[in-house]
Design a protein around this ligand. Structure first.
Ligand code: PLP
Ligand SMILES: N[C@H](C=O)CCC(=O)O
Length: 429
């Protein structure tokens, strides 16, 4: 058992001045129990806590640190730019370079607006879709998470699922009524909603690979089916690529899965760990955004120079070295194979879902294809697994309703340790 006395003391102190002691609920370890680990520093694939413990990291700051923590070129670029100013509230050439770089990597992006979080990106994309189509309703999928804007908190994944929050006080019934939901991978249900709300639906927003109920893959034909329903019904298809963008491929899920979105949202990797998001799409749609059009959207710190240089440096590296994606996938497949072997030897039911560098384990007899199957898994067992791994220096997401993210600083030795630790842990479950 690691000594985490300093983390314990800090968590007590934090609760006196921060709600629940954390600035984002999933960090609180509430569903797995125990004390959140307070971090001191990180380098490459490793986190170091305030008690001096080292962890192999499978969260990667929930996705952004795709090349590992404190990645040299990003740190250097931030340090250099910070000396000029941390913000101007006026345009910089860097924003043009960033927009051009994104356009050169991401399909179907003619115009892109930078924001400061994935939530802002998704919230703004929905507003654009509503403004462009003059319709009010949206379809989202149960267990998908698009940030904490009011209209997304209906049957949401991530922390909302982790804490089993059925309805969020503060979100009005009117807002909720405009969010129609159905099960992920259930194309027939989408068809029915589109038919029963004909002419009312502005957008379908989807995580093309869901990562907020564990990692859940789109069934063959699901995304293509959404594309054709949208085309038939004049609905905009929004891919929320906050997790998948620049992670699954340079052009994200659109490129990897070969399905075109009308609007796409980014976050996480795009900012290299700085607070950045973006939404973009075809010019015809994006030109409704102010000041070109009247769909108002703004931000004091949008396009912040330090955030831009961090993201620009990381994306440039990913663009110039696409072999990184192959390496990441190979590492993830190696981990999956090893986990499969030790879990099969254990003999109890489990499911491993994986695509590219996203992976998760559910303790379940049935396939994990949607929110219902993720919720029906033995998530109490996951909580025990999480702690058994943490005690062995492996830092997994503290919830089965989250994907793990591999970073390219992970070595074969790290992966072997993770596999071995999983094998050892099974005896404790
Ligand atoms: C798919 C997806 N969309 C949107 C968001 C919201 O991003 P942020 O937390 O940066 O607001 C997240 C993560 O939080 C996410 O995983
Ligand atoms: N699932 C969320 C984002 O991906 C987890 C991060 C958070 O909400 O703090």
């Amino acid at each position: 058992m690691n000594n985490i006395s300093v983390s314990k003391a800090l968590f007590s102190k934090a609760q006196e001045s921060i709600p629940g002691g954390v600035n984002s609920p999933v960090r609180a370890f509430k569903s797995v129990g125990g004390t959140p680990i307070f971090m001191q520093k990180a380098k490459g694939a490793y986190l170091y806590d305030v008690d001096g413990n080292q962890y192999i990291d499978y969260i990667a700051s929930w996705g952004p640190m795709i090349l590992g923590h404190a990645y040299g070129p990003v740190v250097k670029a931030i340090q250099e730019y910070a000396a000029y100013s941390t913000s101007y509230g006026a345009p910089t050439e860097l924003e043009i370079k960033m927009a051009e770089l994104i356009k050169s990597m991401a399909p179907n992006v003619d115009l892109i607006r930078m924001v400061s979080s994935g939530t802002e990106a998704c919230m703004s994309a929905i507003r654009v879709a509503r403004g462009y189509t003059s319709r009010n309703k949206i379809i989202k999928f149960e267990g998908c998470y698009h940030g904490h804007a009011d209209s997304f908190l209906v049957k949401a994944g991530s922390g909302v699922a982790t804490f089993n929050i059925q309805s969020v006080p503060g979100v009005t019934a009117g807002v909720s009524a405009d969010t129609l939901t159905c099960a992920y991978n259930d194309l027939e249900a989408v068809q029915q909603l589109a038919a029963s709300h004909k002419g009312e639906i502005a957008a379908i927003i989807v995580e093309p690979v869901a990562g907020n109920m564990g990692c859940i893959l789109p069934a063959p034909g699901f995304l293509e089916g959404l594309r054709s329903i949208c085309d038939q019904e004049g609905i905009l298809l929004i891919f929320d690529e906050v997790m998948t963008g620049f992670r699954l491929a340079p052009g994200g899920a659109q490129e990897l899965l070969k399905v075109d979105a009308d609007l796409v949202t980014y976050g996480k990797v795009i900012g290299a760990g700085m607070p950045v998001g973006a939404f973009g799409g075809k010019k015809e749609i994006m030109q409704v955004v102010a000041p070109l059009g009247s769909v108002y959207q703004a931000g004091t710190l949008s396009g912040n120079p330090i955030a831009m240089i961090a993201g620009y440096t990381l994306l440039s590296e990913l663009k110039s070295n696409p072999g990184i994606y192959k390496e990441l996938e190979e590492k993830t497949l190696y981990l999956k194979k090893g986990l499969d072997e030790v879990l099969a030897a254990w003999g109890q039911p489990y499911v491993i879902n994986q695509l590219g560098s996203m992976i998760s384990i559910h303790f379940s007899e049935q396939a994990i294809t949607d929110f219902a199957s993720a919720g029906a898994a033995n998530n109490a067992r996951f909580a025990k697994y999480f702690h058994a791994m943490l005690n062995r220096g492996i830092y997994l997401p503290p919830s089965a309703f989250e994907s793990w993210f591999l970073n390219n600083a992970l070595t074969k030795e790290d992966l072997d340790k993770t596999i071995q630790a999983t094998g050892e842990c099974m005896a404790e479950l």
